[in-house]
Write a protein that binds this ligand. Structure first.
Ligand SMILES: Cc1cc2nc3c(=O)[nH]c(=O)nc-3n(C[C@H](O)[C@H](O)[C@H](O)COP(=O)(O)OP(=O)(O)OC[C@H]3O[C@@H](n4cnc5c(N)ncnc54)[C@H](O)[C@@H]3O)c2cc1C
Length: 431
């Protein structure tokens, strides 16, 4: 007998789990989540640094963070499972006038959108927070005390456990191998697939010095026109599931899943690597995530050690999930330059790891219906922010499926059509 569901969600990472939770909360419980791995969290969610912050540069990212951080603060009570939200703050350290101007503009935007607790800090304030920092070239910065960290695995499990308590089904160890569509008796539509997406990354030494990514505004070639079609089911390694609505929550693999339905999605995998130190007591027990804007190097405490992060501008797109041991010297050089005591920290390369960011050309998520396939929804391309934006993205996706609109944000901004219509959003506060 063919299985049926009102909604099928492909991928059970933090994003798919949040969509399942928000659908179930709204009363839509005939939902099936399909995950190819034997356990949840084996994609990017299990590799994340767990950082959450409202300190972004674009209104839509700030709005999504505001909703999400408020949600994390009440997660344990509302969802009934722990998120391990720690409001230790994010501290951005500026080393040139451009950085200061950038932080100032961001702070004004954050303030206008209701994030009113981002503090302007001097180099002296910064030293008080983290005395071990080298601050001879630091001009000041910003600190937001409600930024901080969550445990991504706990958040994902909390969302999914709650959804399952309400009747949502989860199939593990089951791969989606195809998406079935049928002709739709409607108008032909644009495919949204014209033109190569703009370059994914800039060559700047620090993301904060990056020039805005060029848009294809005005230069977009005419879109090919396809007959409209609609979802009729998904093919899996357990057989066919009949459904009218499919949510693509396949993380770094989302473009491949979109292609199964004949849809284009400009999402590319990009390796990110993290290096934990062995127990290290030369830094405070509690301090914020610190971002050195001169290099993009950032770090926070993780248990007894320190978790070091830096996005190598030489990294190239691809499904590379092996940790590259040569990365250790690169990151330790940047670490010791900003925090000289870190030159004494011990690092075991076998405890370091790599995972995949799901990058879009403008570093913003793609959320909303696919233009040419009725019933297919994207919730993809978080470009390094999928954990922190999981509450908002689940809520927005559920709203769009059930009501066709969301009161949380103007979701049209995040539609995939923005790439062909020249409406790119540029986020430069990427870590
Ligand atoms: C090193 C690193 C550090 C990061 N740090 C942060 C951070 O500090 N803060 C933050 O907000 N974000 C961070 N991120 C990004 C964040 O982890 C991701 O954006 C987020 O986890 C994406 O969640 P997801 O559910 O969309 O994807 P995933 O967790 O990758 O889940 C997708 C799931 O889809 C499944 N799947 C794919 N194809 C199929 C198929 N055909 N059939 C069935 N199942 C399928 C996969 O198995 C996978 O489980 C970091 C990422 C990395 C790699």
């Amino acid at each position: 007998m063919t299985e049926t569901a009102d909604v099928v969600i492909i991928g059970s990472g933090i994003v798919g789990s949040s969509v399942a939770y928000h659908l179930a909360q709204a009363g839509c419980t005939n939902v099936l989540v399909i995950e190819r791995e034997a356990h949840q969290g084996k994609g990017s969610t299990g590799k994340s640094m767990g950082g959450v912050r409202a300190q972004f540069s674009t209104p839509v990212n700030i709005q999504m963070s505001k909703y999400s951080i408020d949600f994390f603060a009440k997660f344990d009570d509302v969802v009934g499972h722990p998120a391990d939200y720690r409001a230790h703050g994010y501290l951005f350290c500026a080393t040139n006038e451009n950085h200061l101007a950038y932080l100032k503009a961001n702070r004004e935007c954050q303030n206008a959108l209701g994030v009113t607790n981002v503090e302007w800090v001097s180099a002296e304030d910064i030293v008080k927070m983290v005395p071990q920092l080298r601050t001879d070239d630091v001009l000041g910065g910003t600190f937001c005390p409600t930024d901080g960290f969550v445990d991504p695995h706990s958040v994902m499990m909390g969302f999914m456990l709650n959804a399952r308590e309400r009747g949502v089904r989860l199939w593990l160890d089951t791969q989606v191998t195809g998406i079935e569509v049928e002709p739709h008796p409607g108008e032909p539509v644009n495919t949204g697939s014209a033109g190569a997406p703009p370059a994914l990354r800039s060559e700047a030494a620090s993301e904060f010095d990056a020039a805005p990514i060029p848009t294809n505004a005005g230069g977009a070639p005419a879109l090919p026109v396809l007959e409209a079609c609609r979802i009729s089911g998904v093919m899996t390694t357990r057989g066919l599931v009949s459904t009218r609505v499919v949510v693509n929550a396949a993380g770094a693999w989302a473009a491949e899943v979109a292609r199964m339905a004949g849809a284009e999605l400009p999402v590319e995998p990009l390796r990110r690597q993290l290096v934990p130190t062995e127990p290290f007591d030369r830094l405070p027990k509690r301090f914020p995530m610190v971002i050195d804007m001169s290099t993009g190097f950032h770090f926070r405490r993780e248990g007894k050690g320190i978790l070091l992060a830096w996005n190598d501008p030489e990294e190239t797109p691809g499904f590379k999930t092996e940790f590259d041991p040569t990365f250790i010297e690169k990151i330790l050089t940047r670490a010791a330059s900003r925090v000289p005591v870190l030159s004494e920290a011990e690092v075991n390369p076998r405890r370091a790891w790599a995972g995949l960011y799901e990058m879009t050309p403008d570093h913003h998520a793609i959320i909303g219906p696919a233009p040419n396939v009725e019933g297919l929804y994207f919730v993809n391309g978080f470009s390094g922010h999928g954990v922190m934006h999981s509450p908002a993205s689940g809520r927005i996706t559920a709203d769009l499926i059930l009501q066709g609109r969301s009161e949380l944000i103007d979701a049209q901004q995040l539609s995939v059509e923005r790439f062909t219509e020249g409406r790119l959003l540029e986020e430069t506060a990427i870590l």
